[in-house]
Ligand binder design. Sequence first.
Ligand code: R5P
Length: 325
Amino acid sequence: MTGITSSGEKRLVLVTGRSHPELAEAIASELGSELLPCETRTFANGEIYARFDESVRGSDVFVIQSHTAPINEWLMEQLIMVDALKRASAKRITVVAPFYPYARQDKKGRGREPISARLVADLFKAAGANRIMSVDLHAAQIQGFFDGPVDHLFAMPVLMEHFRAKLDPATLTVVSPDMGRVRVADIWSDKLGVPLAIIHKRRDPRVANQVEVREIVGEVEGRVCLLVDDLIDTGRTIAKAAEALKKNGATKVVVGATHAVFSDPAVELLSNEFIDSVVVTDTLPLPPEKRFDKLEILPIAPLIAQAIQAVFDDASVTAMFDGAA
Ligand code: R5P
Protein backbone atom coordinates (compact mmCIF):
# COMPACT_ATOMS: atom_id res chain seq x y z
CA MET A 1 0.00 0.00 0.00
CA THR A 2 1.24 3.54 -0.75
CA GLY A 3 2.69 5.59 2.08
CA ILE A 4 3.04 2.71 4.51
CA THR A 5 6.33 1.28 5.75
CA SER A 6 6.07 -2.01 7.65
CA SER A 7 8.50 -3.03 10.35
CA GLY A 8 7.37 -6.27 12.00
CA GLU A 9 4.03 -5.55 13.60
CA LYS A 10 4.38 -1.77 13.38
CA ARG A 11 3.37 0.43 10.46
CA LEU A 12 4.72 3.95 9.95
CA VAL A 13 2.33 6.25 8.10
CA LEU A 14 3.10 9.81 7.01
CA VAL A 15 0.31 12.21 6.10
CA THR A 16 0.24 15.92 5.40
CA GLY A 17 -2.14 18.81 5.16
CA ARG A 18 -2.02 21.34 2.34
CA SER A 19 0.13 24.08 3.91
CA HIS A 20 3.67 22.99 2.99
CA PRO A 21 3.61 19.78 0.91
CA GLU A 22 7.26 20.26 -0.18
CA LEU A 23 8.46 19.83 3.41
CA ALA A 24 6.30 16.73 3.98
CA GLU A 25 7.55 15.21 0.72
CA ALA A 26 11.16 15.93 1.69
CA ILE A 27 10.60 14.24 5.07
CA ALA A 28 9.03 11.22 3.38
CA SER A 29 11.88 11.01 0.92
CA GLU A 30 14.45 11.14 3.76
CA LEU A 31 12.62 8.20 5.32
CA GLY A 32 12.55 6.32 2.02
CA SER A 33 8.75 6.40 2.22
CA GLU A 34 5.79 8.12 0.63
CA LEU A 35 2.93 10.21 1.94
CA LEU A 36 -0.37 8.42 2.37
CA PRO A 37 -2.80 10.17 0.03
CA CYS A 38 -5.41 12.28 1.80
CA GLU A 39 -8.35 13.94 0.15
CA THR A 40 -8.65 17.42 1.65
CA ARG A 41 -10.92 20.20 0.48
CA THR A 42 -12.56 23.39 1.65
CA PHE A 43 -16.28 23.87 1.14
CA ALA A 44 -17.77 27.12 -0.11
CA ASN A 45 -18.56 28.23 3.46
CA GLY A 46 -14.95 27.62 4.62
CA GLU A 47 -15.48 24.24 6.32
CA ILE A 48 -12.67 21.73 5.77
CA TYR A 49 -13.01 18.05 4.88
CA ALA A 50 -10.34 15.33 5.07
CA ARG A 51 -10.44 11.62 4.22
CA PHE A 52 -7.59 9.12 3.88
CA ASP A 53 -7.55 6.98 0.78
CA GLU A 54 -6.31 3.81 2.53
CA SER A 55 -6.75 2.08 5.87
CA VAL A 56 -4.70 3.40 8.79
CA ARG A 57 -5.98 0.87 11.31
CA GLY A 58 -3.29 0.01 13.86
CA SER A 59 -0.76 2.42 12.31
CA ASP A 60 1.75 4.80 13.88
CA VAL A 61 0.71 7.98 12.07
CA PHE A 62 2.64 11.26 11.81
CA VAL A 63 0.48 14.21 10.73
CA ILE A 64 2.73 16.88 9.23
CA GLN A 65 1.46 20.44 8.96
CA SER A 66 3.38 23.70 8.75
CA HIS A 67 1.55 26.57 10.40
CA THR A 68 1.96 29.40 7.96
CA ALA A 69 -0.72 31.96 7.03
CA PRO A 70 -3.67 31.42 6.98
CA ILE A 71 -2.68 29.80 10.25
CA ASN A 72 -6.19 29.15 11.61
CA GLU A 73 -7.14 27.28 8.47
CA TRP A 74 -4.07 25.02 8.61
CA LEU A 75 -4.53 24.40 12.32
CA MET A 76 -8.15 23.41 11.77
CA GLU A 77 -7.17 21.17 8.86
CA GLN A 78 -4.62 19.36 11.01
CA LEU A 79 -7.18 18.91 13.81
CA ILE A 80 -9.69 17.49 11.35
CA MET A 81 -7.07 15.08 9.97
CA VAL A 82 -6.24 13.90 13.49
CA ASP A 83 -9.93 13.39 14.21
CA ALA A 84 -10.34 11.34 11.04
CA LEU A 85 -7.32 9.19 11.98
CA LYS A 86 -8.64 8.60 15.50
CA ARG A 87 -11.99 7.48 14.13
CA ALA A 88 -10.19 5.24 11.61
CA SER A 89 -8.46 3.35 14.48
CA ALA A 90 -4.90 4.61 14.03
CA LYS A 91 -2.89 3.16 16.92
CA ARG A 92 -0.84 6.25 17.71
CA ILE A 93 -1.11 9.77 16.28
CA THR A 94 1.76 12.26 16.38
CA VAL A 95 1.13 15.87 15.44
CA VAL A 96 4.22 17.14 13.62
CA ALA A 97 4.05 20.95 13.86
CA PRO A 98 7.56 22.18 13.00
CA PHE A 99 6.43 25.74 13.89
CA TYR A 100 4.06 25.48 16.87
CA PRO A 101 1.04 27.73 16.22
CA TYR A 102 0.29 30.52 18.71
CA ALA A 103 3.53 29.76 20.60
CA ARG A 104 4.08 33.43 21.47
CA GLN A 105 0.84 33.55 23.47
CA ASP A 106 2.24 31.35 26.23
CA LYS A 107 1.36 33.42 29.30
CA LYS A 108 -0.84 36.24 30.50
CA GLY A 109 1.22 39.38 30.08
CA ARG A 110 -1.77 41.51 31.09
CA GLY A 111 -5.10 40.80 32.74
CA ARG A 112 -7.91 39.24 30.65
CA GLU A 113 -5.54 37.82 27.99
CA PRO A 114 -5.78 34.24 26.65
CA ILE A 115 -3.03 31.62 26.81
CA SER A 116 -3.53 30.48 23.25
CA ALA A 117 -0.52 28.15 23.12
CA ARG A 118 -2.23 26.09 25.84
CA LEU A 119 -5.53 26.20 23.97
CA VAL A 120 -3.79 24.79 20.88
CA ALA A 121 -2.33 21.93 22.95
CA ASP A 122 -5.82 21.21 24.34
CA LEU A 123 -7.26 21.20 20.82
CA PHE A 124 -4.65 18.69 19.61
CA LYS A 125 -5.43 16.49 22.61
CA ALA A 126 -9.19 16.73 22.13
CA ALA A 127 -8.83 15.84 18.45
CA GLY A 128 -6.97 12.65 19.39
CA ALA A 129 -3.23 13.39 19.21
CA ASN A 130 -1.10 11.13 21.40
CA ARG A 131 2.09 13.13 21.01
CA ILE A 132 3.50 16.30 19.50
CA MET A 133 6.73 16.94 17.64
CA SER A 134 7.93 20.52 17.09
CA VAL A 135 11.10 22.45 16.31
CA ASP A 136 12.46 25.28 18.50
CA LEU A 137 9.42 26.07 20.59
CA HIS A 138 9.24 29.76 21.43
CA ALA A 139 9.39 28.75 25.11
CA ALA A 140 10.39 25.23 26.16
CA GLN A 141 7.70 25.15 28.85
CA ILE A 142 5.02 24.90 26.14
CA GLN A 143 5.85 21.18 26.33
CA GLY A 144 3.97 21.13 29.63
CA PHE A 145 0.78 22.44 28.03
CA PHE A 146 0.23 19.09 26.30
CA ASP A 147 -0.68 16.15 28.49
CA GLY A 148 1.49 13.62 26.69
CA PRO A 149 4.97 13.28 25.18
CA VAL A 150 6.37 16.27 23.29
CA ASP A 151 9.46 15.82 21.16
CA HIS A 152 11.16 19.20 21.15
CA LEU A 153 13.69 19.28 18.32
CA PHE A 154 16.41 21.90 17.93
CA ALA A 155 17.52 23.41 14.63
CA MET A 156 20.73 24.56 16.28
CA PRO A 157 22.89 21.70 14.89
CA VAL A 158 21.69 22.48 11.35
CA LEU A 159 22.32 26.24 11.65
CA MET A 160 25.53 25.85 13.62
CA GLU A 161 27.15 23.55 11.08
CA HIS A 162 26.49 26.24 8.48
CA PHE A 163 27.95 29.09 10.55
CA ARG A 164 30.97 27.08 11.75
CA ALA A 165 31.99 26.66 8.12
CA LYS A 166 31.47 30.36 7.30
CA LEU A 167 32.48 32.46 10.31
CA ASP A 168 35.83 32.96 12.05
CA PRO A 169 35.46 32.52 15.84
CA ALA A 170 38.31 34.99 16.44
CA THR A 171 36.13 37.94 15.40
CA LEU A 172 32.69 36.52 16.17
CA THR A 173 30.19 37.58 18.87
CA VAL A 174 26.82 35.87 19.34
CA VAL A 175 24.01 38.34 20.00
CA SER A 176 20.64 37.69 21.61
CA PRO A 177 18.08 40.08 20.05
CA ASP A 178 16.10 40.26 23.32
CA MET A 179 16.06 38.99 26.90
CA GLY A 180 13.84 36.03 25.93
CA ARG A 181 16.55 34.44 23.78
CA VAL A 182 19.48 34.88 26.19
CA ARG A 183 19.52 31.25 27.35
CA VAL A 184 19.62 29.90 23.79
CA ALA A 185 22.16 32.53 22.64
CA ASP A 186 24.31 31.59 25.62
CA ILE A 187 24.39 27.97 24.42
CA TRP A 188 25.39 29.23 20.95
CA SER A 189 28.23 31.30 22.41
CA ASP A 190 29.37 28.32 24.54
CA LYS A 191 29.36 25.90 21.65
CA LEU A 192 31.14 28.31 19.29
CA GLY A 193 33.51 29.44 22.05
CA VAL A 194 32.83 33.14 21.36
CA PRO A 195 31.56 36.07 23.48
CA LEU A 196 27.89 36.90 24.00
CA ALA A 197 26.15 40.26 23.72
CA ILE A 198 22.53 41.00 24.61
CA ILE A 199 20.11 43.54 23.24
CA HIS A 200 17.61 45.12 25.56
CA LYS A 201 14.48 45.34 23.44
CA ARG A 202 11.23 47.04 24.42
CA ARG A 203 7.76 46.47 23.01
CA ASP A 204 4.57 48.36 23.73
CA PRO A 205 2.20 45.54 24.84
CA ARG A 206 -0.76 47.53 23.44
CA VAL A 207 0.67 47.76 19.90
CA ALA A 208 1.37 44.59 17.87
CA ASN A 209 4.81 44.14 16.26
CA GLN A 210 6.40 47.40 17.52
CA VAL A 211 10.03 47.23 18.62
CA GLU A 212 12.50 49.64 20.21
CA VAL A 213 16.15 48.91 21.08
CA ARG A 214 17.12 50.34 24.48
CA GLU A 215 20.76 49.29 24.89
CA ILE A 216 23.38 46.69 23.99
CA VAL A 217 25.07 44.76 26.79
CA GLY A 218 28.51 43.45 25.73
CA GLU A 219 31.25 44.38 23.25
CA VAL A 220 30.26 44.57 19.59
CA GLU A 221 32.67 47.14 18.19
CA GLY A 222 34.89 45.64 15.47
CA ARG A 223 33.06 42.30 15.78
CA VAL A 224 31.11 40.14 13.36
CA CYS A 225 27.74 39.78 15.12
CA LEU A 226 25.68 36.61 14.79
CA LEU A 227 22.09 37.43 15.79
CA VAL A 228 20.19 34.25 16.71
CA ASP A 229 16.42 34.02 17.10
CA ASP A 230 13.74 31.35 17.04
CA LEU A 231 11.57 33.22 14.57
CA ILE A 232 11.44 36.24 12.34
CA ASP A 233 7.93 37.56 11.86
CA THR A 234 7.73 41.15 10.61
CA GLY A 235 11.53 41.45 10.85
CA ARG A 236 11.37 44.48 13.15
CA THR A 237 13.25 42.82 16.03
CA ILE A 238 16.13 41.78 13.77
CA ALA A 239 16.19 44.97 11.69
CA LYS A 240 16.31 47.24 14.77
CA ALA A 241 18.93 45.01 16.40
CA ALA A 242 21.12 44.99 13.28
CA GLU A 243 20.90 48.76 12.97
CA ALA A 244 21.91 49.23 16.61
CA LEU A 245 24.80 46.78 16.25
CA LYS A 246 26.19 48.49 13.13
CA LYS A 247 25.79 51.92 14.74
CA ASN A 248 27.81 50.60 17.66
CA GLY A 249 30.68 49.49 15.43
CA ALA A 250 29.87 45.90 14.39
CA THR A 251 31.68 45.11 11.14
CA LYS A 252 29.09 42.60 9.93
CA VAL A 253 25.69 41.39 11.05
CA VAL A 254 24.61 37.87 10.13
CA VAL A 255 21.30 36.42 11.24
CA GLY A 256 20.38 32.82 12.06
CA ALA A 257 16.75 31.93 12.76
CA THR A 258 14.70 28.75 12.67
CA HIS A 259 11.25 29.88 11.59
CA ALA A 260 10.92 32.31 8.67
CA VAL A 261 7.39 33.62 9.20
CA PHE A 262 8.23 36.70 7.13
CA SER A 263 4.99 38.67 7.47
CA ASP A 264 4.98 42.04 5.76
CA PRO A 265 7.26 44.06 5.74
CA ALA A 266 9.93 41.45 6.69
CA VAL A 267 11.44 41.11 3.22
CA GLU A 268 11.92 44.87 2.93
CA LEU A 269 13.33 45.25 6.45
CA LEU A 270 15.69 42.27 6.19
CA SER A 271 17.07 43.56 2.91
CA ASN A 272 18.32 46.73 4.62
CA GLU A 273 21.93 47.93 4.60
CA PHE A 274 22.60 46.89 8.23
CA ILE A 275 22.13 43.17 7.57
CA ASP A 276 24.74 41.18 5.65
CA SER A 277 23.03 37.80 5.48
CA VAL A 278 19.99 35.92 6.82
CA VAL A 279 20.02 32.15 7.26
CA VAL A 280 16.79 30.30 8.07
CA THR A 281 15.37 26.79 7.83
CA ASP A 282 12.34 25.74 5.80
CA THR A 283 10.00 24.82 8.67
CA LEU A 284 7.64 27.26 6.93
CA PRO A 285 7.11 27.60 3.18
CA LEU A 286 9.11 30.36 1.48
CA PRO A 287 7.37 31.31 -1.77
CA PRO A 288 9.28 33.51 -4.26
CA GLU A 289 7.85 36.75 -2.82
CA LYS A 290 9.41 35.93 0.58
CA ARG A 291 12.89 35.36 -0.87
CA PHE A 292 15.61 37.98 -1.28
CA ASP A 293 19.28 38.14 -2.25
CA LYS A 294 20.81 37.87 1.23
CA LEU A 295 18.63 34.90 2.22
CA GLU A 296 19.91 31.34 2.58
CA ILE A 297 17.55 28.46 3.36
CA LEU A 298 18.71 25.27 5.08
CA PRO A 299 16.59 22.10 4.87
CA ILE A 300 14.97 20.92 8.12
CA ALA A 301 13.56 17.67 6.68
CA PRO A 302 16.58 15.47 7.60
CA LEU A 303 16.28 16.45 11.27
CA ILE A 304 12.51 15.84 11.42
CA ALA A 305 12.83 12.58 9.51
CA GLN A 306 15.49 11.35 11.93
CA ALA A 307 13.24 12.19 14.88
CA ILE A 308 10.24 10.46 13.32
CA GLN A 309 12.35 7.35 12.75
CA ALA A 310 13.53 7.47 16.38
CA VAL A 311 9.96 7.81 17.71
CA PHE A 312 8.78 4.97 15.49
CA ASP A 313 11.67 2.75 16.66
CA ASP A 314 11.16 3.73 20.33
CA ALA A 315 14.70 5.12 20.26
CA SER A 316 16.02 8.25 21.97
CA VAL A 317 15.30 11.66 20.41
CA THR A 318 17.40 13.40 23.07
CA ALA A 319 20.47 11.52 21.83
CA MET A 320 20.16 13.38 18.52
CA PHE A 321 21.11 16.63 20.20
CA ASP A 322 24.01 15.62 22.38
CA GLY A 323 22.64 17.63 25.31
CA ALA A 324 22.06 20.83 23.28
CA ALA A 325 19.64 23.25 25.02
C1 R5P B 1 10.30 37.39 20.37
O1 R5P B 1 10.21 37.07 21.52
C2 R5P B 1 10.67 36.43 19.28
O2 R5P B 1 11.75 35.62 19.64
C3 R5P B 1 10.98 37.16 17.99
O3 R5P B 1 12.12 37.97 18.19
C4 R5P B 1 9.86 38.04 17.56
O4 R5P B 1 8.61 37.44 17.76
C5 R5P B 1 10.02 38.38 16.10
O5 R5P B 1 8.97 39.22 15.68
P1 R5P B 1 9.24 40.40 14.66
O6 R5P B 1 10.07 39.81 13.55
O7 R5P B 1 7.87 40.79 14.21
O8 R5P B 1 9.93 41.49 15.39
